[in-house]
Design a protein around this ligand. Structure first.
Ligand code: ATP
Ligand code: MG
Length: 242
């Protein structure tokens, strides 16, 4: 059994078919990179996993159960989600943005503080940033706060939507390495949406390629690179390595 399974999932926004009959099982405790052109359905896919979007058709099975939209809150606590952009609350300090799920689930102040210190040092945010507000931070710093928030409850599933896109190359490489270290120490199921093929190749165990909401290939990184399933995948790799 996989923690995340889709059976014939389709979703349209009006006339726009964003996901087209997707069926797959995500491999547990591995990093899966979802790649594809802008508008191919990557963010929609993550929103369906997180229950933010109820697809028009198909079955979404999370943690071994059909996703229950009436009781979605409990499931979401086990899914860390770092949204595209940052999704920070502008009126809350960095500390309170990161702490929010800890407070909602009644964790002790001491535990929240300890966890926030660990996470902020993990993403290289100085401790004195806790009292700053999002508008006082750079885009890359805001993204790192978003990552800390998503990791606060140590969720078994972690969804990252372009989470490293606004980081400079040095910080990005550092966080990549930290993520890989963390994955060795505490493996979890990570789905990473990225535009950056090098990032996917560096971090992912599995690669899923979407085009116009259609799954083109989902396999180990080695198979996708060495044995593209079709011309689309072949051309995608050829275009990216130009
Ligand atoms: N809320 C919405 N209402 C209407 N159409 C939408 C909405 N969200 C997404 N779409 C459309 O659905 C398609 C898939 O969008 P999605 O955001 O999943 O793409 P993406 O692969 O994440 O793109 P990007 O790489 O630019 O982030 C696009 O054609 C987009 O215009
Ligand atoms: Mg997107």
């Amino acid at each position: 059994m996989s923690l995340i399974e889709f059976k014939n999932v389709s979703h349209s926004y009006g006339k726009c078919l964003a996901l087209n009959r997707l069926s797959f099982e995500i491999v547990d405790n591995k990093i899966t990179a979802v790649i594809g052109k802008s508008g191919s359905g990557k963010s929609t896919l993550l929103q369906v996993i997180n229950g933010l979007i109820k697809p028009n058709e198909g079955d979404v099975i999370i943690f071994g159960r059909q996703l229950n939209y009436k009781d979605i809150y409990k499931t979401r606590l086990k899914i860390g989600y770092s949204v595209q952009g940052t999704g920070l609350f502008p009126h809350l300090s960095v500390y309170n943005n990161i702490a929010i799920l800890g407070k909602i689930t009644n964790q002790s102040k001491h535990n929240i503080e300890r966890r926030i210190d660990t996470l902020m040092s993990f993403v290289n945010l100085p401790p004195n940033f806790k009292t700053k507000y999002p508008h006082q931070l750079s885009g890359g710093e805001q993204q790192r706060v978003g990552l800390c928030r998503a990791m606060l409850l140590n969720p078994p599933v972690f969804l990252l939507d372009e989470a490293f896109a606004a980081l400079d190359p040095h910080n990005r490489a550092e966080i990549h390495n930290e993520l890989l270290q963390l994955q060795i120490a505490e493996p979890r199921t990570i789905i990473l949406v990225t535009h950056d093929l090098n990032e996917a190749l560096k971090l992912a165990d599995y690669i899923m390629i979407l085009d116009n909401g259609v799954l083109q290939q989902y396999s180990t990184k080695e198979i996708v690179v060495n044995d593209p399933a079709n011309d689309f995948v072949r051309n995608y790799f050829a275009a990216q390595s130009l």
